[in-house]
Write a protein that binds this ligand. Structure first.
Ligand code: FES
Length: 234
């Protein structure tokens, strides 16, 4: 199935998240892809209560080569009623997922190394809002050029050169069995640019001829630390 065959809902809402260009959320675009059940390697379908708070996990969606971070932030993440993105899922609305392709120069987790990571512990960064260095916990950090995103605010850019938030992955939680499905993607995704620049390498890493192959039905979730040999922290 080709990407154009999927439902594309473009709401064309520009949300001002601040006064500086880097703080403007990109055009809010929802793209629905095939629902995929998140699975753990060991026990079949992954239940929300198996996700360790503060531990970054990795899965590949909506394409088999495009990485996403899955995080239980440990706190409820809610949004306004008119927001396209619905915030956190799970028993306490604390679980979110984002594309792990940095919006600056597309640094992303690979088997050898990852410069992008979720940091549950406090990190220091230069705040664009506050105009000074601050310490904050619970952030996604890309150590390539020190972009910082807030997963509790739709991966809003807090610092560094990233031009827009990470794409948010739409998750659907089933409170009857605790399972989670990935349903689509919100915001400015980097997928086409990612394939142009990294498609060949991603094909080699995932041993697949077409890096644009869509994820189908189930996707495996692993700890980021189990996937990548070296995670850079800054
Ligand atoms: S690629 Fe992430 S900050 Fe440059």
């Amino acid at each position: 199935m080709k990407r154009r065959d999927f439902t594309r809902v473009c709401t064309s809402i520009v949300i001002a998240a601040g006064s500086q260009p880097a703080m403007l959320m990109a055009e809010t675009t929802k793209v629905s892809y095939q629902p995929c059940l998140l699975q753990s390697d060991s026990s079949g379908a992954l239940r929300a209560d198996e996700i360790v708070v503060g531990e970054p996990y990795l899965f590949f969606y909506p394409f088999v080569t495009t990485p996403c971070l899955l995080i239980d932030t440990g706190k409820a993440i809610t949004t306004s009623a008119d927001s396209e993105w619905h915030g956190g899922v799970g028993p306490t609305q604390s679980i979110v997922a984002y594309s792990a392709i940095c919006s600056h120069k597309m640094s992303h987790p690979a088997k050898e190394i990852s410069f992008i990571n979720y940091r549950h512990d406090p990190i220091s960064y230069y705040s664009q809002d506050k105009g000074k260095s601050v310490e904050q916990a619970g952030l996604i950090s890309c150590c390539s050029e020190r972009s910082v995103y807030d997963p509790s605010q739709g991966a809003k850019v807090l610092g560094g050169p990233a031009p827009h938030p990470l794409a948010a992955i739409e998750l659907q939680y089933d409170d009857a069995n605790g399972q989670i499905q990935a349903m689509g993607s919100y915001g400015a995704d980097m997928y086409d640019r990612f394939f142009d620049k990294f498609g060949f390498r991603a094909s080699m890493e995932h041993k697949i001829s077409d890096p644009k192959t869509l994820s189908t039905k189930t996707v495996s979730v692993v700890k980021l630390s189990d996937y990548t040999r070296q995670t850079i922290k800054c």
